[in-house]
Design a protein around this ligand. Structure first.
Ligand SMILES: Nc1ncnc2c1ncn2[C@@H]1O[C@H](COP(=O)(O)OP(=O)(O)OP(=O)(O)O)[C@@H](O)[C@H]1O
Length: 852
């Protein structure tokens, strides 16, 4: 069993008292006289040699149950048997065996003595050591490790693992210094305190260090080192406690539903023990320095947690995800290492900072203990089961602990060194003699000695306070300044980046809006052109209709030239009087007019049909485009839903898996950071596309609305075309009849001689008739031109008004008034214009209810 020598308490408020007690009990000789050589603690070469030959050894695992918060239990529970070191699940179907199992009554000291103490002994020998506290949030990891050590000595029994290890390390160093004062090992203790928070390593003893600069690397021996983090030398327990307190103050903790002070990071307190021994070689006049450096990592992992139970949202949620991902990777490493297959297996150490850091501790050069913390509550049953599975796998991990000796050979002048040594020895001897003689002077000397030693302690403590407190204060202020600066930087960064993002987004949106505006403007221009074409064609049709109407009327009535007109063809055959040459020439003229009009009608009908086709096509195109957009929008909606579902599943899996860490989850539920980023990028892209499509669809809908108005026009146009075609048909029939009648008449009529007066007269009349027709045309054209102008103007207004959603505006009212005035003022005369105004009003005024 290890012999223990406890140093004065950490707070030292009563250290002097304890120092006196020690002195009273053991009296001065116990301290000053050479002590017997403690066999188990000294790092003898024999030990080192035998240790070097050690085989692989497994990770030790103990399970600790924390006391329950409530007395009532309902639901499944674990059965704990500390004597057999086994734990069974609720229906006894699964049994887990561990190296040690502690129930809730076992205190801190018992835990330490049972499983930590032996590890510390090996650490003194030169082996690396690691203790990992693992468990769900609130299961007692921080309590067990004593990471939150506040330096108060009052509750000694509640001291956790870290302060106890510190105590024992300095006990050991102090003892060895005393024991081997003449020629043995020299010791140096250093401490480091790191936390891994959101995948960043922070140096808690130098919080001003930029976490990005702190990197994990391998040294030339293949050991893991943390670059740019600094260990701090501690010359006493108090020094080390001060460092623990200091780092603890900077550790990230926060309140969750399950723990009022939950660790949000993985904390690693490292004690480095460097022992060195000089060996002189008189022959070569050199000194060989043998250095053995061992590291003790004390790891308080952040707790696995189910986000639902902890109620983590926002930043806490991100922490949760990071914590769970880190633990999940650790699970993968443990699983990889615990598997049977040894060769060629890949251990994903590099997946996360935590696993990389623990590379030596798991499967490497270290003696490792895992303390799995569980809660007895039925509510936590599933999490406890997960912890047990995780821990039982860790038991299969084999490490290869070795002591690494580092030899440095230096040339020295041994002659002069020997002399100094001799002089020092002489001095020590003289001092010892002095003390012994003082001892013979009885109580007064004893008292003086005690006072002297007390004074030494007091002065040491004062010295410590003087040197360390300002340092601690400085480090803390420095850290705070650093933290404030980082927060300020972060805020600036965040604001800037948020601002930049908003500006970029606005720019993108502006660009998009401009493109859409341009599209709408183009479409409006097209529409206007269509409307104008409609208007022009409507005018043409109306004009043609008028012409036709007049022509047909004249033909039917025989008109002013009724006498000149041949009689109605079928009847004409029975008329005994043949048509005169005047009638015939009139007939030819009319026939030409018919031909012309029919030709014009044909052209106009085909133009109208083309226009209708174009409009219908553009309408169909727009509808098709809109349909395609709608379809794409639907697809995108589905895609976004899928992405969101995948993302939430990933998140949920990540959270559940790292809690569960069951066999399958190790394999299947890994959430890769890259996947997550990729997912977010796809989601953002899909959302942007969806937004842009929604805008486009809105524009298309507007265009389709406008095109509905065109559809009404098309219907009107089609009616007109139908009418025109009927007229054309009728014209053609009439023309045929006329031609037939004319041919019949001509056969019966004696042919006039060329240059005869009849002929001249006929020609003159024909010319007159033609000119009259031209005049009439001109007259008609003048009237039509005016109408056209009016219609054009009205169409323009109509387009503007329609764009204003068909509201009846000032200008419309004016138009109505004008039209009404014109109607009243010109009743009986200028009817054409009044009629035109009526048409205008019909178009401008909204249709009566029920009329489309
Ligand atoms: N064995 C125990 N005896 C007495 N109290 C305990 C024990 N274990 C835990 N506690 C108490 O339970 C609470 C939660 O424990 P602790 O903070 O150590 O949990 P944790 O596992 O570190 O949680 P987290 O992962 O959220 O940091 C603390 O108030 C602690 O004092």
């Amino acid at each position: 069993m290890v012999q223990k020598f406890h140093m004065p308490s950490p707070s030292s408020s009563n250290s002097r008292q304890i120092a006196s007690m020690i002195l009273e009990d053991s009296v001065l000789d116990d301290i000053m006289a050479p002590l017997p050589n403690p066999t188990s603690m000294a790092a003898s070469p024999a030990n080192l040699a035998s240790d070097k030959k050690r085989e692989d050894e497994t990770v030790q695992v103990c399970v600790r149950t924390r006391p329950s918060d409530s007395d009532t239990f309902s639901g499944p529970r674990l059965t704990i048997d500390p004597f057999q070191s086994v734990i069974q699940n609720s229906d006894s179907s699964q049994t887990y065996r561990f190296d040690q199992v502690f129930n809730e009554d076992v205190g801190q000291e018992a835990v330490y003595e049972s499983c930590v103490s032996s590890l510390v002994e090996n650490f003194f020998l030169g082996y690396n050591a690691t203790i990992l506290a693992y468990g769900q949030t609130g299961s007692g990891k921080t309590f067990t490790m004593g990471t939150e050590f506040d330096g108060e000595e009052g509750e000694r029994a509640s001291l956790g693992v870290i302060p106890r290890v510190i105590n024992e390390v300095f006990d050991f160093v102090s003892l060895n210094k005393t024991m081997n004062s003449e020629n043995d090992w020299a010791y140096k203790v250093k401490c480091g305190f790191l936390e891994i928070y959101n995948e960043e390593i922070r140096d808690l003893l130098h919080p001003e260090t930029d976490p990005k600069k702190i990197q994990i690397r391998e040294n030339e021996m293949g050991g893991i080192i943390v670059q740019n983090s600094k260990d701090v030398e501690a010359s006493s327990t108090n020094d080390a406690f001060a460092l623990l307190r200091l780092g603890c103050g900077f550790r990230t903790t926060g309140q969750t539903r399950m723990n009022s002070k939950s660790s949000r990071s993985h904390a690693i307190f490292t004690i480095v023990l460097e022992k060195s021994k000089m060996k002189e070689d008189v022959l070569s006049n050199t000194v060989a320095k043998n250095v053995v450096c061992s590291k003790f990592h004390l790891v308080d992992l952040a707790g696995s947690e189910r986000v639902k139970r902890t109620g983590a949202v926002g930043g806490r949620m991100k922490e949760s995800v990071n914590i769970n991902q880190g633990l999940m990777s650790l699970g993968k490493v443990i699983r990889g290492l615990s598997g049977k297959q040894k060769r060629g297996r890949h251990i994903p150490y590099r997946e996360r900072k935590l696993t990389r850091f623990l590379q030596d501790s798991l499967g490497g050069n270290s003696r490792t203990l895992m303390i799995a913390c569980i809660s007895p509550s039925s509510d936590d049953y599933q999490e406890s089961m997960n912890t047990l599975q995780y821990a039982s796998q860790a038991r299969n991990i084999r490490n290869k602990p070795v002591i690494i000796h580092n030899k440095v050979i230096e040339s020295v002048d041994l002659g002069s060194q020997k002399e100094v040594e001799r002089a020092l020895r002489e001095e020590v001897r003289a001092l010892k003699e002095q003390l012994r003689s003082g001892g013979r002077n009885g109580k007064a000397a004893d008292l003086m000695t005690k006072q002297l030693v007390n004074l030494q302690y007091a002065s040491a403590e004062a010295k410590y306070l003087l040197t360390n407190l300002p340092k601690e204060h400085e480090i803390k202020s420095e850290g705070l300044r650093g933290a404030i600066a980082s927060i300020a930087d972060l805020l600036v960064d965040e604001n800037t980046s948020a601002e930049d993002q908003s500006v970029a987004m606005l720019k993108r949106k502006d660009g998009h809006i401009n493109v859409l505006r341009e599209k709408v403007a183009n479409l409006e221009r097209d529409l206007q052109r269509d409307e104008e074409i409609f208007a022009a064609k409507s005018k043409e049709i109306r004009t043609l209709q008028k012409h036709l109407h007049k022509a047909v009327k004249k033909i039917k009535e025989g008109g002013g030239a009724a006498a000149a007109m041949p009689p109605t063809p079928p009847a004409s055959r029975n008329v005994s009087t043949p048509p005169s040459s005047k009638q015939l020439s009139e007939f030819h003229l009319k026939q030409r007019q018919f031909d012309r009009e029919i030709q014009e009608l044909t052209i106009n009908i085909s133009v109208k049909k083309d226009v209708i086709k174009t409009i219908t096509k553009s309408k169909e195109d727009a509808q098709m485009l809109m349909q395609r957009h709608e379809e794409r929008k639907r697809e995108l909606g589905v895609r976004i839903e899928q992405l969101l579902e995948k993302q939430s599943k990933n998140l949920e899996n990540s959270v559940l898996s790292s809690s569960a860490l069951s066999d399958d989850s190790f394999n299947n539920n890994g959430l890769e950071g890259d996947d997550d980023d990729e997912l977010e990028r796809s989601l953002e892209m899909a959302e942007n596309e969806l937004r842009s499509l929604s805008h486009q669809i809105k524009d298309q809908q507007r265009i389709v609305q406008l095109q509905k108005a065109s559809a009404r026009r098309i219907a009107e146009l089609e009616d007109e075309i139908k009418r025109m075609e009927e007229l054309k048909e009728k014209c053609e029939k009439d023309a045929e009849e006329w031609e037939r009648a004319f041919e019949e008449e001509r056969r019966d009529e004696p042919q006039p001689q060329s240059g005869s007066p009849g002929m001249e007269k006929g020609e003159e009349e024909r010319k007159r008739g033609w000119e009259g027709g031209v005049e009439e045309d001109k007259e008609n054209r003048g009237e039509v031109g005016e109408e056209m102008k009016a219609i054009k103007e009205l169409k323009r207004l109509l387009i503007i008004e329609k764009r204003k959603n068909g509201e009846l505006t000032e200008s419309n009212l004016r138009l109505i008034k004008e039209a009404t005035d014109a109607k009243q003022g010109r009743r009986g005369g200028g009817g054409g214009k009044v009629r035109l105004r009526r048409t205008q009003l019909k178009e401008v005024l909204p249709p009566p209810p029920g009329v489309m």
